[in-house]
Design a protein around this ligand. Structure first.
Ligand code: NAP
Length: 259
């Protein structure tokens, strides 16, 4: 019989990510910071990558300081910066057990108005950024024989949203990336999964006009937006050994919207 990871033991007393090290891109605010908070509460040490150095430093202080967190400026579009970020987890805390590719931007416009630059920018941050992160983390994790990579997609990548041809394409692409990478590294002990949040209350969505917000609320069976902590709970599950037999999956966190 296969020996189960210790966190699958119902008698366990340790925290879910005890002694694990996680890298989180775009981790200085919003959903990424909520994931970092939850991971630290479960015993992990975290390395945050973000393009805003001041926000990164403030997030480290908020999480409890250098014993549990570190940050580095990392533009996820740049493969070399991503490799430096992943290496920092090793030098600061000794390993890389979890990688969360979360960094994101939106440049919404209908196709008629969207510029080529806006298309390229969104594909670059989300799809190329997730590929860079998955590749860099998998290279280290395959040597260790274990690891969990979580890519943040979106419900927009499942159903396609008006004004988001760039974002929907990138987020659907992340699903393909996740499944292909999962197949490549499964036999090496590395799992790759994705989450698809729906409407989550963050700076990214609070900029939305009230009329659009109300319209979205009508589409959500649970009749409310999700909180970043509710995404963090699912990412924690995928990061931990509770999901030890799951790879290549896509978890919807949507209050039932477009199920
Ligand atoms: P957020 O509050 O804007 O956080 C995104 C973070 O990513 C920011 O700190 C941002 O830094 C950083 N970032 C942007 N471009 C980057 C780059 N090139 N390299 C590194 N970091 C970069 O957004 P959020 O709502 O938490 O979104 C987090 C993830 O969830 C994104 O992938 C988003 O698409 C996804 N998502 C969100 C929702 C939602 O409803 N909020 C729904 C589905 C999926 P700056 O602010 O300094 O630019």
């Amino acid at each position: 019989m296969t020996e189960l990871p210790r966190t699958c033991d119902p008698e366990r007393t340790s925290m879910l990510l005890q002694d694990r090290v996680a890298v989180i891109t775009g981790g200085a605010q919003g959903i990424g910071l909520a994931i970092a908070e939850r991971f630290v509460a479960e015993g992990a040490r975290v390395v945050l990558g973000d393009i805003d150095a001041d926000l990164g430093r403030a997030a480290v202080a908020h999480l409890g300081g250098p014993d549990v967190a570190a940050s580095a400026v990392c533009d996820v579009r740049d493969a070399a910066q991503m490799e430096v970020l992943v290496a920092l987890a090793g030098t600061a805390f000794g390993s890389v057990d979890v990688m969360v590719n979360n960094a994101g931007i939106t440049r919404d416009a209908t196709m008629r108005r969207m510029t080529e630059q806006e298309f390229d920018d969104v594909i670059g941050v989300h799809l190329k950024g997730s590929w860079n992160g998955t590749r860099a983390a998998a290279a280290v994790m395959r040597e260790a024989g274990r690891g969990s990579i979580i890519n943040v997609s979106s419900l927009s990548g499942k159903v396609g949203m008006i004004g988001q041809t760039n974002y929907s394409a990138a987020k659907a692409g992340i699903v393909g990336l996740t499944k292909a990478a999962a197949k490549e590294v499964a036999h090496l002990g590395v799992r790759v999964n994705a989450v698809q949040p729906g409407l989550i209350r963050t700076a990214m969505t609070e900029a939305m006009p009230q009329r659009i917000w109300d319209q979205k609320m009508e589409e959500i069976p649970m009749r409310r937006a999700g909180e970043p902590a509710e995404v963090a709970g699912v990412v924690l599950f995928l990061a931990s050994d509770l999901s030890s037999y799951m790879t290549g999956t896509v978890q919807e966190i949507t209050g039932g919207r477009f199920m």
